[in-house]
Design a protein around this ligand. Structure first.
Ligand code: PMV
Length: 308
């Protein structure tokens, strides 16, 4: 039997613009995770059990474009496996689906690792990342690759599409509160909506994305020198630009305002938007007060994570 876990993730800065080649910052969230276990069974082929998404199926019965099918066949084809071994793939997750915490990428990463190890050839991070990206295309349409990268390497990343992974130094640990609107929002749709805006007026949106890129770069510098106050201001500025891309929502804006009013140093939506999560930069001492304010403002769940 082999088993592997992968964390969730949040995008701190730069979502959406990252799809167009601008940088973004993302960090792993280890408070939530996916665990994939592969064990031998006495039947034929692979059985997949994923209780969190109510799935019990033979691999052979899944549609070929199902992300799990893509991932498993990706591993088989990379290892030139011709006879599907008799095994059960069990997937357990504490990452809410379609909420900006990277559940799809975490499933892919955990499955690729557990399965390649089960087959006697554990993949390198680079191999895992490459295969997980293929499944991301199904979840996201035209993904930047940021989710699979930060989850595979499980480290803070300064990400630029199609460029080698760069991690960065955290000068002073800081605390992020993640609050969920409870509204599932498929990233694919918000990415497509931004693409339509961009196609209507490329010069304007390239300017907006350039501004996002500057924020990301400044945020990286602020994180490296431990300038938390500046980081908060930059989160606010990034949120305003995301609002202009029309990927925020009444609920997200409401939580962002509630967090700021309760004393957060900055707040913004995180990920695809239109639902999903917002994040707030908080001081540890007032984290519970801000969590209370967010719950009162309608948050369905809050998670506190330390970026170190
Ligand atoms: O919704 P999430 O957290 O998976 O984030 C997607 C981030 C986008 O920039 C909107 C899309 C992408 O592929 O980078």
């Amino acid at each position: 039997m082999t088993s592997s876990s992968a964390p969730g993730k949040i995008i701190l800065f730069g979502e959406h613009a990252v799809v167009y080649g601008y940088p973004a910052l993302a960090v792993p969230v280890t408070q939530v995770q996916v665990t994939a276990t592969v064990s031998k069974n006495s039947r034929r082929g692979m059985i997949i059990e994923a209780p969190n998404i109510n799935l019990t199926s033979e691999l052979a019965s899944l549609a070929p474009e199902h992300p799990l099918s893509v991932v498993v066949h990706g591993v088989y084809s990379a290892l030139k496996v011709t006879h599907t071994p008799a095994c059960t793939l069990y997937i357990q997750s504490t990452i809410p689906v379609a909420s900006g915490l990277g559940s799809g990428a975490a499933v892919s990463v955990a499955v690729i690792r557990a399965l390649s190890e089960f087959l006697g050839h554990p993949f390198t991070n680079e191999q895992v990342n490459k295969l997980a990206f293929e499944a991301e295309k199904i979840y996201h349409g035209t993904p930047s690759g940021i989710d699979n990268t930060v989850i595979t390497f499980s480290r803070p990343v300064y990400f630029v599409k199609k460029k080698p992974i760069k991690t960065f130094h955290v000068g002073e640990p800081f605390t992020i509160m993640i609050a969920s609107t409870g509204i599932p929002a498929p990233t694919k749709e918000s990415v497509e909506a931004v693409r339509m805006l961009w196609q209507e007026n490329k010069p304007h949106w390239e300017k907006v994305f350039t501004r996002v890129g500057e924020i990301v770069w400044n945020a990286r510098q602020a994180i490296e020198r431990g300038d938390i106050a500046e980081l908060g201001r930059l989160m606010d500025a990034n949120h305003a630009l995301l609002q202009s891309m029309k990927v925020s929502s009444v609920e997200l804006d409401h939580l962002v305002t509630a967090a700021r009013t309760a004393g957060a140093q900055g707040a913004k939506l995180s990920g695809g938007g239109r639902g999903g999560n917002m994040i707030a930069l908080v001081e540890k001492e007032n984290a519970s007060e801000i969590a209370r304010a967010l719950n009162k403002a309608g948050a369905k769940r809050t998670i506190v994570t330390e970026v170190t």
